[in-house]
Write a protein that binds this ligand. Structure first.
Ligand SMILES: [Cu+2]
Length: 128
């Protein structure tokens, strides 16, 4: 019985260790962008977002201005909602917090401006 308990405990620990961020990888212009959201699925409330940007040579881009736009189109009884937040560079990652005010589908646009040129990456999340 003891052994079974230890195995169950190990599985639980492994489950926590492998709990994955909500990840999206896409191209934005010449950049490879990886977005990780710490809630999976994203939730109503605060979601912490990490954004990694690499250039075509695979090097981290850490001199860009990064803005995260998140919006929900108008629906019956609800006007369109649009928010934006600046992502701040920490190490090689840009970090932002997205406060989603209701459940449902949100359009997310990551805008990356470098040397006067803006590239965008878009995806949607379904907030629970
Ligand atoms: Cu809505």
């Amino acid at each position: 019985m003891k052994r079974v308990g230890i195995v169950v405990l190990l599985l639980l620990v492994a489950g926590i260790a492998y709990a994955k961020d909500y990840e999206v990888k896409k191209k934005a212009g010449d950049f490879d962008v990886q977005v990780a959201i710490d809630k999976n699925p994203p939730v109503v409330g605060d979601n912490n977002v990490k954004i990694e940007i690499k250039d075509s040579a695979g090097k981290y881009v850490n001199d860009a201005k990064v803005v995260v736009d998140y919006s929900m189109p108008a629906m019956p009884g609800m006007p369109a909602m649009n928010y934006k937040t600046d992502a701040e560079l920490k190490g090689n990652e840009y970090k932002a917090t997205m406060g989603l005010s209701m459940s449902g589908s949100w359009n997310i646009v990551v805008k990356i401006t470098r040397a006067g040129k803006t590239s965008t990456m878009k995806f949607t999340v379904d907030a629970k």
